[in-house]
Design a protein around this ligand. Structure first.
Ligand code: NI
Length: 227
């Protein structure tokens, strides 16, 4: 399941983050890549353990956890400190799968990567190319979203970033471990939640059938959730 979530950050927040990022020192993006991805990765990133990445990352994590659609779709248990990257002209990230486990040397956090997310920090008209391409059961999806929007997809998906041919693609990306490990289970729970929300809007939140379905939703989460 690939989900696009609009307006995780406001345009003002994006502009503030971009000002700090544009003034920062960048390093070669291969420092956080596994041996296989390092061969196909060509971009720059903010030093992942640096103060700026951690500070901006904490801001993004708190925006994510306030977003009801994100929480409903990801049911996150742990969010890995977000990373920040930039692809200039001629840069790209060839097809790869992310590491299954990720460890953070600063905090000792170790997570299973169930979900990957990209938060776009450049507007689509600032650059050409630089599409995120994600493959799933239904084919391949090209994603390029307005600044402040996020795409969420299973970390096991093959994906790539196409070569930038004009301007620069700036983004933050992050991995998370979900309380619901299974992608299909998580996807069904998300569908059910959305149906309950729209049904409740039509028939009223206190309608007995809406209440009963909400109970089913709660029990499904309790059945599948790992803690
Ligand atoms: Ni990746």
């Amino acid at each position: 399941m690939l989900i696009c979530i609009p307006e995780i950050l406001s345009k003002e927040e994006v502009a503030g983050i971009r000002r700090l990022m544009d003034a920062a020192d960048w390093e070669d993006g291969r420092s956080t890549a596994g041996a296989q991805s390092a061969m196909v990765k060509k971009n720059e990133q903010l030093p992942p353990d640096g103060d700026l990445a951690r500070k901006l990352g904490a801001h993004i994590v708190s925006a994510l956890t306030r977003n009801a659609t994100f929480v409903s779709a990801a049911i996150p248990m742990q969010i890995f400190p977000p990373l920040f990257n930039r692809y200039g002209v001629g840069q790209k990230f060839g097809i790869h799968v992310d590491n299954a486990v990720r460890g953070d040397p600063l905090t000792g956090l170790r997570i299973r990567t169930d979900l990957s997310a990209t938060l776009f920090l450049a507007e689509p008209d600032e650059y050409d190319g630089g599409d995120l391409v994600v493959e799933d059961y239904y084919g391949s999806h090209e994603v390029k979203l307005p600044a402040g929007d996020l795409v969420l997809y299973p970390s096991k998906s093959l994906h790539m970033v196409t070569e930038v041919t004009r301007g620069a693609r700036v983004a933050s990306f992050m991995w998370m471990q979900s309380m619901i490990r299974d992608d299909h289970a998580r996807s069904m729970i998300f569908d059910l939640d959305n149906s309950i929300q729209s049904l409740s809007d039509r028939i009223g939140r206190d309608d007995p059938d809406a209440v009963r379905l909400t109970g089913v939703y709660h029990n499904l989460i309790r059945y599948w959730a790992e803690t």
